[in-house]
Write a protein that binds this ligand. Structure first.
Ligand code: SF4
Length: 360
């Protein structure tokens, strides 16, 4: 049994991070094993301070449109995997996507995230062209950056998205342990997925990378992922707890995934203080937001317009049809945590800086 770090030891690691020396691999793994309340609070407090240094009290809100729940892949952790043939699925039309984006923009989000399963129909040349046209139209009308999360793309598809004005390419490896990848992302190619992100970064996209917690990755695996995310040049780094999918990957009963998510958010903040680190509404809904903010997150993702028949990724329906994933409710939580909603102009200035610096 490894000895857990004390609050004083954690504070020393935090202090070194504040002075530009991020935690080592061994320290990251130890931080991800914290159990004592005092040590955990020292970590979260340090993460909040670092967030404040680089972002003040601003937190940015992302609107989320899960535009198609069809997928050709069979990821063992995912509710939308292809083997579940009896699921009721949808594919939104270009007009429906556009309408949802306009609603989100009017509500005050700073970014529109267009996410889909690897829908074979939307990845045909015609389907992808229509998707890019829709993204371009949304970008022109809202003047907001667009994030596209369409799965692995070819060079041609990345070029089309670039021409359409897409800013972010989000593609989560979920794990950088190849054995876990093989078991989780069944039948998929680890290298191809990594290369798609590297190509995107070289073409000028901002890249979001992410990992899954509570499905079997050890603290050492997660430490390796943190290093890999930095090497990739990703500037938004996501950690999300596994929401068990019926009949899918069994959860790792050794850890409480939502607690590990908080630790991971804080450790990411220590490792990459300037990064955008999301608190997703997709795992525990609105009630899970405050703890994630207290751990150092500076983006709230997965705000969804209610009553448009949209779904979440990890959870199909949590807090979607009740306005709990709207700007108003999220803003209330921010205010009660001494935080405020970052404005779209501030967000765009931040992205300009990220592009100029080209690293975290
Ligand atoms: S995680 Fe994404 S790629 Fe994998 S099955 Fe689910 S929707 Fe498809």
């Amino acid at each position: 049994m490894k000895k857990s770090l004390t609050a004083d030891q954690v504070s020393l690691i935090v202090e070194r991070s504040s002075n530009g020396s991020p935690p080592t691999l061994t320290e990251i793994a130890a931080l991800l094993r914290l159990t004592s309340k005092a040590a955990t609070e020292a970590l979260f407090e340090g993460a909040r301070k670092l967030r404040e240094i680089y972002f003040g009290n601003r937190v940015f809100l992302y609107g989320f449109i899960y535009l198609s729940t069809y997928c050709r892949n069979n990821c063992a952790f995912c509710h939308w995997r292809t083997e579940l043939t009896t699921l009721s699925r949808y594919r939104k039309t270009a007009d429906e996507i556009y309408g949802a984006a306009i609603e989100l923009a009017a509500a005050g989000v700073s970014l529109i995230d267009l996410t889909m399963g690897e829908d074979p129909q939307l990845l045909t040349p015609d389907g992808f062209e229509l998707l890019c046209q829709t993204a371009a139209k949304i970008g022109q009308q809202t003047q907001l950056p667009i994030m596209l999360s369409p799965g692995v793309l070819s060079q041609t598809q990345l070029s089309m998205a670039r021409r359409a004005g897409v800013t972010w390419y989000a593609l989560y490896q979920e794990t950088h342990n190849r054995n876990l990848f093989k078991a989780w992302r069944r039948g998929q190619d680890f290298e191809k997925r990594m290369k798609s992100k590297k190509k995107a970064a070289a073409m000028g996209f901002l890249v979001e990378e992410g990992v899954l917690l509570g499905a079997g990755a050890t603290p050492e695996d997660l430490a390796d992922s943190i290093v890999a995310m930095g090497k990739l040049g990703a500037t938004q780094l996501r950690a999300m707890a596994y929401v068990p999918s019926p009949g899918g990957l069994p959860p790792d009963y050794r850890v409480k995934a939502s607690n590990q998510e908080l630790l991971m958010i804080a450790v990411l903040r220590l490792s990459y203080p300037r990064a955008l680190i999301p608190a997703s509404l997709d795992v525990e809904g609105l009630q899970g937001l405050a703890p994630r903010l207290s751990a150092g997150a500076n983006v709230v993702t997965s705000l969804v317009p209610a009553y448009l028949g949209l779904a979440g990724v990890a959870h199909q329906a949590l807090d979607i049809e009740n306005h709990n994933r709207g700007v108003e409710k999220v803003s209330e939580i921010l205010t009660s945590n001494d935080l405020s909603v970052g404005q779209p102009q501030e967000y765009q200035e931040l992205l300009r800086q990220m592009k100029r610096n080209n690293h975290l």
